[in-house]
Structure formats: C-alpha cells, structure tokens
Design a binder for this molecule. Structure first.
Ligand code: 2P0
Length: 316
C-alpha cells in the first residue's frame, strides 16, 4: 500500500477572486492576493489500495456526495495516475460557510496526490493544477502573501517579509451557503451592472496592494482589503438575481466595526462568499481589540488566527 498525508490551511483574500475570464481554463478576471490562516485546515490522506474498482472518497467520516465524488475524481485524473485511490479528508473548518473550506481541501488533496502518484511537477506547476479543483485552493500552496494574477494560470508568493498580523474570524452562521461561489461568481459576472467597474478598480488596487506589502504598510493593506471586499459584495447585490451573502447580523457587526474605526482602532474587515466577517489586525493589538469586540460579539463566535504555512506533506 502506498499512502501520503497532507495538510493545507484555508486562505483569506485581501483582494478577491470573483469571476472567471475563462471558465474552462479557470483564469480569473482580477488579481487576487491572500495569506493562509493557521487555525483552519484540512488533512487529507490518499492511499493506493489493492483491488479498488473505483475511487473511494470519505469527507469528514462520510462518503462524499455524488457531486463531490465526481469533482474530486476528475481532479485526480489530472495527475496522470494509473490507480484508483481512497481519499480520506478531515476538514477543520466550518464547511461551506464562506471560510473557503474548498481551498484547504483541494490544496491538501493536490499535495497528497502529487506525492502518492509520484508526479514530477514543481510547486508552481502543482499550484497551477490545483486551481482546477478550486481556484482559491491554488493560493494555499504558498507561504506568506500569495498572488494570482488576472487572466493568468500563474500563482506565486510575493517575496516580502510577512507582517506581524492576525485575523479574527467572526462566525455569524456556520450553515452551508445557499449558492456556491462558482455559480454566484458566474451570475455576477454575467448580470451585474457594476461588475466591470469593480474589475477595473481592482487593477489599481492590485498594484497598490503589492506596493503596500513591499512597504509593510498595514493600514494601506487593510484599507484596500476592506474596499475591495465591500466592492465585491456590491457587484453581487447588483446581479440579477441579486446575491446577498451578508446577513442582518453581518451588517450589525460591520456597523460596529466602522464605529471602532472612526474612533481610531486599527482594524479592517473583509467578507467572502458567506455571512462571516474576518477582521485584520496587527498581532500586537490582539488583547485590546479582542476586549472591544467582546462588547458586541459572543466570544464563542470569535476565533483568532495567525498566518499559517503552505500546504505540505505530514506523513507518508
Ligand atoms: C477569494 N472566493 O478570492 C474569493 C472571495 C470567495 C469570495 O475564491 O469556482 O471556491 O472553485 O474557482 O475558489 C471562492 O471561489 O471558486 C473564492 P472556484 P472558489 O477567496
């Protein structure tokens, strides 16, 4: 029996990927920039077992749905393999709640698959393949700040020191979302009247974000990140039918955070394809900001994470 086990963290985009220029080749319309969070991860073990007549996929102790089975099997077929495998994936992420569990899932599957199928790809080639599982997963393959350029299949680390930052995740609702990111971004791109404006704006934001990362400028990074996320959500709301991931509880928290910002508290927020809110801070401010957040967020729904590491093999 041959086996490989890999771990991958979720990543949170400071500039978002929301729409494909080319759906078949998974090429994004915008440059996205992210970093991984060490608190949320997926561990995947892939085993080549004798006598398998098809792939066996177990996610969180349950057989994968038909849909997931088909997606993961076709993803594994990209590895020029000669065996069926057993894939056992454990998600340590609230599934499908806009915390990008598909990113850590596919990044860990890709990393374990490369090892078990003995595929001779560079990390860059592997990351590029990973995007076919889930676009955002490709960004979990690197340390530090990671960039995926618009119209490109190239995902790479930005070579700059990591800032001493952290992120609070506010869990607003851990239920599965009603519409997948894949479907929602396609509807947004096709129908939203302000989608092109957001894409155009993101060109300058990407240049500014990269410069801010090079300059280690936390405030510019935070401001750009917040503007970009709010912009992404306005494109969804302007779609037909409108896509609204943010709930009334998300909005209540956003108003409280804006109020803290007005008072000079150094925090910035971002939201993905779900109602949860992520709050970017400098790690040195953690204690004071946490006590401020506790005034309007149940501590049970608040989780803090530092930046994590790239996807990697943990056991063979
Ligand atoms: C991101 N999201 O940049 C954005 C922000 C969600 C909101 O990437 O179709 O699940 O599999 O490539 O990777 C979620 O999109 O979409 C995502 P597919 P994916 O993190």
């Amino acid at each position: 029996m041959k086996q490989a086990r890999a771990i991958a963290n979720i990543n949170i985009a400071l500039l978002k990927y929301w729409g494909k220029f080319d759906e078949i080749n998974v090429l994004p319309t915008t440059t996205s920039i992210s970093f991984v969070l060490d608190r949320f991860y997926t561990i995947t073990t892939i085993s080549i077992l004798p006598n398998l007549k098809q792939d066996v996929l177990i996610i969180n102790n349950q057989l994968a749905s038909m849909d997931d089975h088909q997606k993961i099997t076709s993803f594994l077929d990209r590895f020029d393999r000669h065996d069926y495998v057993q894939v056992v994936s454990e998600n340590h992420v609230p599934i499908k709640a806009g915390l990008a569990s598909s990113a850590s899932a596919y990044a860990s599957i890709a990393t374990a698959a490369k090892k078990v199928f003995n595929t001779h790809w560079t990390l860059s080639e592997l990351a590029s393949i990973t995007r076919f599982g889930s676009g955002s997963a490709a960004r979990s393959m690197f340390d530090g700040f990671v960039k995926w350029n618009a119209y490109s299949d190239c995902i790479e680390q930005i070579h700059a020191p990591m800032l001493d930052i952290g992120m609070f995740v506010v869990l607003v609702d851990a239920n599965p979302k009603k519409i997948s990111s894949r479907e929602a971004m396609a509807i947004t791109k096709q129908t939203s009247w302000n989608y092109d404006v957001w894409v155009k704006k993101s060109v300058q934001q990407a240049l500014d974000m990269e410069a801010a990362i090079m300059n280690q400028d936390f405030h510019v990074i935070g401001q750009l990140s917040q503007q970009n996320a709010l912009g992404m959500h306005t494109t969804m709301m302007a779609a037909d039918p409108p896509i609204i991931y943010l709930s009334s509880e998300s909005m209540r928290i956003i108003h409280e955070l804006l109020h803290l910002q007005d008072q000079g508290v150094a925090l910035y927020f971002t939201m993905d394809a779900g109602p949860n809110i992520k709050i970017l801070i400098q790690d040195q401010d953690r204690e004071i900001i946490e006590s401020l957040l506790h005034q309007f967020i149940d501590p049970l729904n608040l989780m803090y994470s530092k930046p994590g590491k790239k996807a990697r093999i943990i056991h063979e």
